[in-house]
Design a protein around this ligand. Structure first.
Ligand SMILES: [Ca+2]
Ligand SMILES: [Ca+2]
Ligand SMILES: [Ca+2]
Ligand SMILES: [Ca+2]
Length: 559
């Protein structure tokens, strides 16, 4: 038999047909089970009653071990009992009687009785244990259990115990939060901590906020003289600077401390800062600090690296020069290009350094030239392209991270920057002669005699050694029709125009163009038509103007 158990043999139908067990006065019974083993197959019905609550009789023929679960009326009956016994330690107990009755004698072995109950007891005098717990907590490790001294006396059986210390804090430090990532971007950060005393807030003498960083820096800030607005003090690291704008107010029954600070460019990246805030009483004692964390998995607590997140080059016409291996870009030799972009803190889409805290250099065909920093992390630079035919290249990098002095550990964390290339164009575009389509094929329009009863179509081919511009414009003046001031002269302001687009501006370098539907029917006999072309290549160089003249046939009087 298990040495930790006990059993009883009883004979029903006689005087000793019951067993008794003790339940602490405040124990609340919730379950129970009794194991009953008849020594012989029973020949009589047996009834069990617990605290006078009876079971349905068990019929004769009971054989072997039987587990009897206490029903709810038995449990209620036990819970309804009053304590009737006091032991030597002054604990009061309920005496629970379990009776077995039958008309004839049966011998039963009661091999076990299990009663489940819960009891909550208040213990006092646990101050030393509580203090030890909090002292361990202050060193940064939070113990998951606390040892309570306990003496247990029992004859046999098993016991499970659990519990905790609940106590009213004399000083409460309320939970607080800290910024996830701190940047030396000049912004003022705030950590707000709240503290109160159980009976009298004037009993709080000082409050401290300590930030222990994973790189070993320890920010140690404190404030006393709370009633007079607070006297703030700093010891330890000055990688972050507590600012005089920090405040203390009493609000909602708490001292509310707003710790305002900014971050130095000298503070290189930090993984985590563990913040601890605690108020102390007038003798310097305090317990149960509140904690917060900056940084944590996947996020820096301090970040001082920068990235170029935008870079562009535009030509003198404000056209964006992109990086495109399938296309060459051209701009006029000697013209200006404008370079601009932005810088941000590493992995932060919206946070940009102050203007004095970075400098971007543009590598211009091998020579690095500083750009001008301005608002919101922007930089810009205007450069003049070489006057000759050349390839100019532009690549940015951050040449200074942080202010000119007082910075450490900042690196350029930009993604690899692509080089923008731009060819200079120093050659004007050309146009062939205007041509007209005749029954003999295309012929030079200049000097051609045209039938006035057909609308005129002009053919023209334009070329550029580099790339053509957006469009080409025909200017035409019809004698006697467009001569607004009747002086017989084709004045510039009398010409009409007809523009035709270049199908792939910036890409193609030759295009044939047709100007159709020019109405020459109203010209006088032997009148002439004056023509010229205008336009530019992509780089802005103008077509050479050549004035052509087409003569119209004499109208036949019978037509
Ligand atoms: Ca970084
Ligand atoms: Ca860094
Ligand atoms: Ca050209
Ligand atoms: Ca005129």
């Amino acid at each position: 038999m298990n040495p930790d158990s006990t059993s009883a043999t009883i004979a029903t139908g006689g005087a000793a047909s019951s067993i008794e067990l003790l339940i602490p006065e405040d124990g609340v019974v919730n379950s129970g089970m009794i194991s009953v083993l008849p020594l012989l197959i029973t020949t009589n019905a047996i009834t069990m009653s617990v605290a006078s609550s009876s079971s349905t009789p068990w019929n004769a023929g009971m054989n072997g071990l039987t587990y009897v679960t206490l029903d709810s009326s038995m449990i209620n009956a036990i819970n309804g009992l009053s304590a009737t016994y006091t032991d030597a330690n002054n604990r009061n107990w309920k005496q629970v009687e379990i009776d077995f009755t039958s008309s004839g004698s049966e011998t039963l072995l009661i091999s076990s009785v299990a009663i489940g109950y819960s009891i909550t007891e208040n213990l006092t005098g646990l101050g030393p244990q509580m203090y030890a717990y909090h002292e361990t907590q202050l060193t940064g490790s939070i113990p998951n259990s606390v040892d309570i001294p306990l003496t247990l006396i029992a004859d046999a059986g098993a016991l499970a115990l659990s519990g905790g210390i609940s106590h009213e804090l004399m000083i409460t430090n309320l939970p607080f939060t800290a910024p996830q990532t701190l940047y030396p971007d000049g912004q003022v950060y705030e950590i707000i901590t709240r503290h109160h005393h159980l009976t009298d807030n004037t009993q709080i003498g000082a409050v401290s906020l300590i930030g222990t960083a994973s790189d070993g820096e320890v920010l140690n800030w404190s404030v006393d003289d709370l009633a007079n607005g607070g006297h703030f003090m700093t010891t330890g690291s000055n990688m972050a600077n507590l600012l005089p704008s920090s405040t203390v107010v009493e609000s909602g029954g708490d001292w509310v401390i707003t710790w305002r600070f900014d971050v130095s460019w000298l503070w290189d990246d930090v993984d985590q800062i563990d913040w601890m805030s605690r108020a102390t009483n007038l003798t310097g004692d305090g317990l149960a600090p509140a904690f917060a964390i900056s940084g944590g998995p996947g996020k820096n607590a301090v970040e001082n690296d920068l990235q170029i997140d935008y870079f562009e080059v535009r030509d003198e016409f404000d056209r964006l020069i992109t990086v495109d291996p399938s296309q060459d870009f051209y701009a006029a030799g000697g013209s200006d290009v404008t370079i601009s972009g932005t810088v941000r803190f590493q992995d932060n889409a919206n946070l940009r350094p102050l203007t004095n805290a970075y400098s971007v250099g543009i590598n211009y065909s091998g020579t690095e030239i500083p750009a001008t920093s301005s608002n919101n992390g922007s930089y810009s630079l205007t450069l003049q392209l070489p006057a000759n035919s050349a390839l100019a290249t532009f690549t940015p990098r951050i040449v200074r991270i942080g202010p000119a002095s007082g910075a450490f550990g900042g690196t350029d964390e930009s993604n690899p920057q692509q080089t923008v290339g731009l060819f200079t164009d120093v050659e004007t575009p050309n146009s062939e002669q205007f041509q007209v389509l005749t029954s003999n094929g295309l012929l030079d329009a200049n000097g051609h005699v045209w039938d006035p009863y057909q609308s005129l179509t002009l053919h023209l081919t334009v070329t550029d050694e580099q790339t053509l511009g957006d469009n080409v414009t025909l200017h035409y003046w019809r004698e006697g029709v467009d001569d607004n001031n009747d002086d017989g002269v084709a004045d510039e302001n009398e010409y009409l125009t007809m523009a035709r687009p270049i199908s792939m501006p910036g890409r193609s370098n030759e295009q044939s163009i047709q100007f159709t539907g020019i109405d020459v029917s109203s010209l006088p006999a032997n009148g002439d038509l004056s023509l010229y072309i205008s336009g530019t290549d992509w780089a802005g160089h103008s077509l050479i103007i050549q004035v052509h003249t087409v003569y119209l046939m004499t109208k036949q009087p019978w037509l």
